[in-house]
Write a protein that binds this ligand. Structure first.
Ligand code: BEZ
Length: 324
């Protein structure tokens, strides 16, 4: 069994067609067919049912496909990491989710450049989950995100928990109330904007509480804002889902509803939006830094230092950590 056979099998199975696989792999259809036959011969198993159009995996083929695809993705990661270890890029490629760009990220980058004027930084707007793939492929060296990731290739540092604030239209009856409670917002339209949901285990970790020996399920909500409400047993009256944070704040500005955003966003559209604190201290959004376990770009310690310097300048409490 060799890589050529495995790659041919993955291409045929993914595209469900010999001709499409021939186009993407650059191999002829007879070559692909021969590689597949060799593989099936070695396994003594039929992997693909040729009589179906589009082509279909057999049950054993589906099992083999899932396992081999994971293996080949890992091999890509290993190859890309080996190349980077041998010759690290001089540019530090940083992935970030948009909400951190409104916060301290520009200040952190400016601090980093002040200390190391020759550093080349490349910033890429990438969602939390895509950052993990981008780290593995080498597209980015480090990622700032709002979600924790458990992945054998990845290590993470929790920088801090940032409090959420309520964003209300200026004309809203609650707009001038300084300390808000989630329960008072429940009758409004809540605007949801997260593209990434919490993994089910995280939602489940607050799922059960014991009362008089009975376990009560309270929160299995994975949408991040609904999860926060559900922690207090609250379900908002109505919700609207939009594509991103900017659109959500645009709708609030237009009087279409209310939302919760990390506190660093409260400088956006202040002519139309009133931002108010919440009384609940644990209604927060974490900020994580992720990088690979086995390859730390040489400039990452400088980036961490710059982050902590910005925290010190702004009086933000933090616990100094390092990647290992
Ligand atoms: C922060 O708000 O803590 C933060 C924002 C962007 C990058 C790093 C940290």
């Amino acid at each position: 069994m060799d890589l050529k056979q495995l790659n041919a099998f993955i291409a045929i199975s993914t595209l469900q067609s010999f001709s499409a696989a021939a186009k993407t792999t650059g191999l002829s259809q007879p070559s692909l067919s021969r590689l597949l036959k060799q593989l099936e011969g070695e396994l003594n198993v039929t992997l693909i049912d040729r009589y179906h159009r589009p082509l279909q995996l057999t049950e054993a083929g589906q099992f083999f496909y899932d396992k081999v695809r994971t293996l080949l993705t890992e091999l890509d990661t290993i190859t890309s990491m080996t190349k980077r270890l041998a010759a690290p890029s001089s540019t530090l490629n940083i992935g970030f989710v948009p909400s951190v760009l409104y916060g301290l990220l520009p200040d952190i980058i400016a601090t980093l450049k002040l200390q190391d004027p020759d550093i080349e930084v490349n910033l890429k707007d990438i969602s939390s989950y895509q950052q993990i793939e981008a780290l593995k492929s080498g597209e980015i060296d480090i990622g700032f995100s709002r979600f924790s990731h458990q992945d054998p290739w990845i290590q993470q540092i929790l920088l801090r928990h940032e409090r959420y604030v309520v964003a209300l239209p200026k004309a809203h009856p609650l707009a001038h109330i300084p300390e808000q409670r989630l329960i008072d917002l429940a009758n409004n339209r809540l605007i949801l904007y997260h593209q990434t949901h919490l993994p089910a285990q995280i939602a489940d970790s607050s799922a059960s509480s014991k009362t008089d020996g009975k376990v009560i399920t309270v929160n299995t909500e994975t949408e991040p804002l609904l999860h926060l409400f559900a922690q207090y047993g609250i379900t908002p009256f109505t919700t609207t889902k939009v594509s991103d944070l900017q659109v959500a704040l645009g709708l609030v500005a237009a009087g279409e509803g209310v939302t919760l955003v990390p506190a660093s966003l409260q400088t956006v559209r202040t002519e139309q939006i009133s931002y108010q604190r919440l009384i609940h201290e644990n209604v927060t959004s974490p900020i994580y830094l992720h990088t690979l376990k086995d390859f730390i770009h040489p400039k990452i310690p400088d980036l961490l230092n710059a982050t902590y310097q910005v925290y010190e300048r702004r009086g933000i409490t933090y616990r100094r950590q390092q990647f290992v």
